[in-house]
Design a protein around this ligand. Sequence first.
Ligand code: PEP
Ligand code: MG
Length: 889
Amino acid sequence: MVRYVYDFTQGGRDMAGLLGGKGANLAEMTRLGLPVPPGFVITTEACRAFLATGGEPAGLWREVSGRLEALEAAAGRRLGQPDDPLLVSVRSGARFSMPGMMETILDIGLNDDSVLGLAKVSGSERFAWDSYRRLLQMFGSTVMGVDAALFEGELALLKDVRGIPDDVHLGAADLARLVEIYKDLIHDETGDWFPQCPAEQLRRAVLAVFASWNGQRARLYRRREHIPDGLGTAVTVQRMVFGNLGPDSGSGVAFTRDPATGRPGPYGDYLADAQGEDVVAGVRDTVPLTELERRDPGSYARLREHLRTLERHYRDLCDIEFTIERGTLWILQTRVGKRTAEAAFAIAAQLADERVITPDEGLARVSGEELARLMFPRFDTSATGDALARGVPASPGAAVGAAVFDSAEAVRRAAAGEKVVLVRQETTPDDLPGMIAAQAVLTSRGGKTSHAAVVARGMGKVCVCGAEELSVDVRARHFTAPDGTVVGEGTVLSVDGSAGAVYPGSVPLVDSAVMRFLEGGDTDEKAAGVVEAVARALARADTVRRLEVRANADTPEDAARARRFGAQGIGLCRTEHMFLGERRQLVEDMILARSDTERDRALAALLPLQRRDFTGILQAMDGLPVTIRLLDPPLHEFLPDRTELAVRIATARARGDLPDPHDAELLAAVNRMHEENPMLGLRGVRLGLLVPGLVAMQVRAIGEAVVERTRAGGTPRAEIMVPLVGDVRELRIVRDEVERVLAEVSEESGVLVTCPVGTMIELPRAALTAGRIAEEAQFFSFGTNDLTQTTWGFSRDDVEAEFFSAYLDRGVFPASPFETLDIDGVGRLVRIAVAEGRAARPDLTIGVCGEHGGDPGSVHFFHTAGLDYVSCSPFRVPVARLEAGRAAL
Ligand code: PEP
Ligand code: MG
């Protein structure tokens, strides 16, 4: 029989799939002997069963009742017992942390009778009524579906009527009155009364948490974070402890190290006389932990000790939520904490230094995406001027955008291509779409652990929170800075998430220190820590990785930069980029040539230009392989636009003029070459077969560049790559020509020029006949852009098509297959081609040069598929090096 419920004493951290991250860690802490209020976990399996059928899984309630009885027996009182009620919290907890995305219900067990008992045993009527109204609010909205804003509205109305400025000043009688108002509100809205039976409260709360897995917020978050929809959430049921029982009580959040910079030491926020939700919501201002040390040194010392225990045990940065109930410290949650990119590198290096983890584990703890984030520019501090306001530097980076004051506006403007900064007093999970759409988030309330801060850090989004000097009026859509400046919707702001500052207007950006280091520049002292941590991670990656990393580069400058970033050659030099600009005319002459002589003349004019290009690139990459691809795109791409030409000619005619004869000639050529599907038309190797002299000119330019570099004392290593091959015979024809031309060049120059000749594998037919193709190819390079296009039948040029976002929404794929390789389909073709290619030619070199070569997930696949190298844009080279190292661990 399936078992759905586990006591905290029965689980452990390795059970996160079943108990969720929160439940598994609570069980682990219980085993470690930390002060965790007792409780039990309902498994993700129960959630999945519920989601599949829409009903309570058979046998679940019997198990829950059994566990509840044990909890009651241990506490010596029953759930909701009128004279001394046991109260429980019901919280979601999925395998992967989804902060604030699902529901939590506290104070289950309170009703019209037990609220009086709670008042008596706690000695505080105010506390009891406040707890009861919180339960009504949470239960009413989450379980019974009443709009949460209606509760807030009633609360605001009561405060208005009573002339009370904030919640803290509501007395017991006010709160008791509010309870009545809330009960009526629930009844008016739903036709049902709030259930007085504690067991029924618990049962319905559990099912509501299950259901919240499929809430809109949670689904959106999962899509962003690539969390599978099928996992479901566990539910923890735990005895309530209270931080709001007076000045010797409180709640807080603590980290074993600073999650923004990685600096060691306990770090966090505390709020006296408050429940945990108040800390995270940012509605009241927290104080740093040092303040707790002053007020309650005993609890602080215990807290430090527990943090140490946890970090030693988990061997990583941990964060906890804790509550102090009348001087007794309780830990309510722990997890390996989220951190900024900078902190991730710093912590990995520190823990390796402290010998808590091995260097390989250190490498596994950082990611290419984090490295990419550190390569972003920051603001030029000499150009910032005075800050409008300062707040907490919650998530680093620099962003510029127009101020917007709600989520919907952020989404609307971002969809229209505008960059925006979402400004709020504080954020709630409802603001998630706006946070995703915005470049930065700015709030006037809350600390580093507020919702805005936690979520922004998780997304790598710039965030300044708790900028208290700002008076934010969301309704009027403006904020007022301390100097009186009023900033309305649409006004451009610059937000510095590293310094916690907000500037008016658009502040210029400067390169990041990490970028400067990667490019071989000096490091300024302030950034030395993170730069060193990055250098160490990359050095480790370079030691362990099997995959080589090359760059896609078409100019000597890009090649040189790629080399500084650690590229081990060029995996793709796209020669079409050399046919643009002033050279367009020569290309046009070649296309329009009316005779062989005319064409040869045009090609002869292009030859020295191409030779110069190749010489420069071979020089920048001297000693390393440079894979030069023969011309790929359809020729009409080099001619003027068909419609433009037609309009030009028609306008001339309408004016009564004779159209320019050149225009007429061009239009005729464009019409001749017009294709409905140029991407599937006369391009790639097909051009080489159809346009006489084109391949020969390019190969001659490559050969002569090799001669020039050799004579200059260099070690040029050019490789010639043929695009869009579908059949071995195409390749054979081109290869024969390549060899003929190289033999000519050798003969003329007296320098022996040999270049490996290989092909791109970017058509399914090429992958499926790779064994045959390998007879003629000395290397393969997967063109996964075209291979994805032709495998799926999706047009590369229309990836923004509407159906793509519908496909993402509906879970057909978790990410665009043009960004992250489709392993099941395209990946299978890759594996077939690798196996058959190597079977035919064991020394076949195999790489990839599509966009996927710089995508972390795809790099891991290419490692396992046995490729020799990945090639990506120069800026992704460090990312690919790091990920290739991580893939090899
Ligand atoms: C590819 O198709 O993956 C490729 C690298 O070639 P291009 O993007 O130039 O078509
Ligand atoms: Mg291609």
